[in-house]
Design a protein around this ligand. Structure first.
Ligand code: ZN
Length: 416
């Protein structure tokens, strides 16, 4: 990948790497790997489905407290929060990983360890991220260095699914003083996410009178047919490959077997659409809702009676945002990823993504999300697994990002 990093970011990075305190912190993190793995296993056993993060949030807050952070608490949004004070002369930074997993309670019975691999639902996404942040924090403490800016360490609630990056959004809303955020989502050092993919998720209900499939035939329109017409229209949409724009009808429901000989009075479709461009996202939204209206009009006109109507529920409302690929925080992440990856050639920028960093980028706050990689560890799947080899690489990367973003007292400025 041909990617040039500015002199300022490079200078800061190599200055940090040459400091004995930083070297000490990096080797400390390497030695800390077994402890970090133990923490990861224990946290995995505290199940935390989205919206039910309370217990894990308390446990994470305990850990932040034990590491000497100030003002440790679980906030009103179920985020576990602690602050590492700087001297107040630098930017305020947030370092976070998400508490929740996609699995319902009862999914995790144990963490199975076999041939250097851990198996358990949520072992990577994002329990590994939580453990990584703690290990990076221990490395920072061990270095004896103080930062210029204050750093919030946060375990965030409601990242996944219907949580829609909610804990992060709530934290940003209530902390306007933030100047940069570093998210850790996953277990690897290669992938860097710096763009915000917008996501819109809706349910649309189609309504008609409903009646007997034989007796009422011809007397009314069919909301299920209207929904099917809408899906057929959406299915044929062409969308740009760049900026990447996608859509998917993911749920279609109407009727039941008891009423199998009925024209149903209601049909529901659920769909989501995404784009790295807010403009494309809004264009697609208009096309989809126009198609829904057309489908209802056609079904109504087909029978000449019984107007099909519709309404909607809006589930996820995440806006797209752009950040310059040469924003200092992105350049810093590139250098840190190269330094900490086993194969520096594999470092890459993700094309968008649905991660907590989106919320910052959409607000114009410099942000990167780390932890992505090319290894498929079956995240969001009951067979999820984590190969433990070189687990120290990602916490090292996170530590270097923290030092670059927050600045080191008496030594380096923030790159922000
Ligand atoms: Zn995640």
């Amino acid at each position: 990948m041909d990617y040039q990093v500015s002199e300022k970011v490079k200078d800061t990075f190599y200055k940090l790497l040459s400091m004995p305190e930083v070297k000490k912190a990096l080797s400390y993190i390497q030695a800390d790997a077994p402890k970090s793995i133990e923490e990861q296993k224990k946290l995995t056993l505290i199940e935390a489905p989205t919206f039910f993060e309370d217990e894990r949030a308390e446990a994470y807050a305990e850990k932040l407290k034990a590491l000497g952070l100030s003002d440790v608490h679980v906030d009103e949004f179920k985020n576990a929060v602690g602050v590492l004070k700087g001297n107040g002369s630098g930017p305020v930074i947030m370092v976070e990983a998400h508490l929740d997993t996609v699995f319902p309670k009862g999914s995790v019975k144990e963490v199975v360890e076999k041939d250097g691999v851990l198996y358990a639902p949520g072992i990577v996404d994002d329990t590994r991220g939580l453990a990584v942040v703690l290990s990076a924090l221990r490395g920072l403490k061990e270095s004896g260095l103080s930062t210029l800016g204050d750093i919030y360490f946060v375990g965030t609630a409601r990242e996944e699914g219907m949580g829609a990056l909610g804990g992060m959004e709530d934290f940003l809303k209530t902390h306007p003083e933030l100047n940069g955020t570093i998210s850790v989502d996953g277990a690897w050092t290669e992938g860097i996410t710096f763009e915000a993919t917008g996501i819109q998720t809706y349910a649309v209900n189609f309504y008609g009178i409903g009646g007997h499939a034989y007796g009422a035939f011809g007397q009314m329109a069919n909301p299920l047919h209207a929904a099917a017409r809408a899906v057929a229209k959406i299915a044929d949409f062409q969308v740009p490959a760049s900026p990447r724009t996608t859509f998917c009808v993911s749920n279609f429901h109407a009727g039941n077997d008891a009423g199998i000989h009925a024209i149903v009075p209601k049909a529901t479709i659920k769909f989501n659409f995404r784009s790295n461009s807010e403009e494309e996202l809004m264009k697609l939204k208009k096309r989809i809702f126009d198609a829904i209206q057309e489908a209802c009009d056609e079904e109504t006109a087909r029978w000449g009676k019984d107007t099909i109507t519709w309404d909607y529920e809006h589930y996820c409302d995440i806006h797209a945002g752009n950040q310059d690929i040469h924003a200092p925080i992105v350049e810093a992440a590139y250098l840190a990823a190269k330094k900490c990856s086993e194969d520096p050639e594999k470092v890459y920028f993700s094309q968008g993504g649905s991660v907590n960093g989106n919320r910052s980028v959409a607000r114009g706050i410099p942000a990167v999300t780390l932890g992505g990689g090319l290894t498929d560890t079956k995240c969001h799947n009951l067979e999820e697994f984590y190969p433990m080899k070189d687990s120290w690489r990602l916490p090292q990367e996170v530590l270097l990002m923290i030092l670059m973003a927050a600045g080191v007292e008496g030594r380096t400025d923030s790159i922000l």
